[in-house]
Design a protein around this ligand. Sequence first.
Ligand code: TYM
Length: 343
Amino acid sequence: MLNYILNGVIFMADKRIFSGVQPSGSIHIGNYLGAIKQFVDNQNQYESIFSIVDLHAITVWQEPEELINSTHNVLALFIASGLSIEKNIIFKQSAVVEHTQLSWVLGCTARMGWLNRMTQFKDKAGKNKENASIGLYTYPILMAADILLYSATHVPVGDDQKQHLELARDIANKFNTDYKKDFFLLPQPIFNKNSTRVMSLRDGSNKMSKSDISEYSRILMTDNNDIITKKIKKAKTDSLKMPDTIKDAESRLEINNLINIYSASSGIDKQLVIDDFALKDIIDFKKSLTEVIIEVVEPIALEANKLINDKKYLEVILKEGAEQAREISSKKISDLYSIIGMI
Ligand code: TYM
């Protein structure tokens, strides 16, 4: 394998990560453990590109001022979580026009039947699907464009994005077949073992989500220690003792979720967490869990709060990131246009 050095870091040249986070609502510990932590953990091995996907965010209504604030918040959290601005390209999706250009072409490759199978659209549109935006429906095509534009080999995401990743591969494959060229790489997802689907603290059968009406369903990456303590205290559980086997844990949705959060936050293997707390009172486990979460969230929240006040600094990072991203994306679009007969 050919390695190369950029800013003093050795990368595996044939591997490139791309991932995105929407600037809608506040980032929660599910986003962090499922995605952002993986970005940080992998940044020394892969050349990485991260986008704050504001075009995706407007598939549901966003107040313009809020959208700008949320974009800055996500960037501040990225940096506070440990993402290096020297090693990685970090930019705002709307600043790189090639995303929408490629999205149109891929929309002509994707099939209606494929999009009709997307469960996230069904979940988000709910019963009132006639009233959902077209953007919400075609959302996975823009996501495929994000990834394929940079020839990403790996995409760290939570489990909820698995189907979208499969769609991106199907689109890439059909394009390559239609035009008889190996033009798009087929990307692989990367999932975090115990936190690929962090569940709501109020209902262990629902994903932790930015849009849940209950604030107590999620820990935000900007929550202070008192709020975290309250949220964990209130987290739904049964009234039994702690489980003593993985099988027992997995039969109890809410407790299993809390154990997974503990394991993913502390880096301690799930089996060891179960052994440590076996048959103890849930209240004791919750106390330790609160400490473990605070250890993760507190330094990130403090640093993000500092960064968020320096809008100029954040804007410079976004501008430079967009310039770097465009060096890759404009070349890809120019190659694409020549393949499809547009130059
Ligand atoms: P978004 O903004 O909803 O979420 C950002 C990342 O967080 C993960 N995630 C979770 N992981 C574990 N447990 C949860 N409860 C949880 N909730 C969210 C998501 O899987 C995601 O990795 N469509 C994407 C954004 C996107 C993207 C892309 C991602 C746009 N283009 C290209 C990868 C590659 C989304 O809505 O993420």
